[in-house]
Design a protein around this ligand. Structure first.
Ligand code: S3P
Length: 168
């Protein structure tokens, strides 16, 4: 039985690479944010606006628990998911966690382009996004680094590297 959790900062490519990994290994793919949106029939932005970040984090944990019961799956999590409650411990005990690491400069480039999609970045100027990013990456690294594996997601062999993590 394979259960993979992909973790990493917003813009790391968890969803895109997760889909590719699932395809290559013939596993089902789930995206935690999309599963939250389908369960609530609301966008992540609407959930943040209505319930605040605390409400979102509680929902996120609930849906993470639901997805964590599935087998033969690749699950792409949201950037904050490993950093709340004991989510990281839970993922580590139930599956193989892979941290997709991306240099801050590349994350920044991607996030400046689609900041509107992300409630934590919405309304921030370029400079504010840059400062927020470096503050948040520092705060979150200790959680991300608890992953069983770390893969450099800015290289062309990212899928092969992720597959190598799953060899028994
Ligand atoms: C968040 C990341 C988002 C989403 C929410 C909060 C975060 O997911 O869960 O906007 O706290 O980093 P992505 O990492 O898929 O953008």
């Amino acid at each position: 039985m394979i259960r993979v959790f992909l973790i990493g900062f917003m813009g790391a490519g968890k969803t895109s690479f997760g889909r590719l990994l699932a395809q290559e290994l013939n596993l089902s793919f789930y995206d935690l944010d999309h599963s939250i949106e389908s369960k609530c029939h609301k966008s992540i932005g609407e959930i943040f606006a209505e319930k605040g970040e605390d409400g979102f984090r509680r929902l996120e944990r609930q849906v993470l628990d639901e997805l964590s019961a599935l087998e033969d799956v690749v699950i792409a999590t949201g950037g904050g998911a490993p950093c709340f409650f004991d989510n990281m411990e839970s993922m580590n005990s139930l599956g193989t966690t892979i941290y997709l690491a991306v240099p801050n400069a590349l994350l920044l480039k991607r996030l400046l382009v689609d900041r509107a999609k992300r409630p934590l970045l919405k309304g921030k100027t370029d400079e504010e996004v840059e400062n927020y990013l470096s503050m948040l990456v520092k705060k979150r690294l200790p959680f991300y680094q608890q992953a069983k594996f770390e893969v450099e997601a800015s290289t062309i062999k990212v899928v092969a590297d992720m597959k190598a993590c799953l060899v028994p």
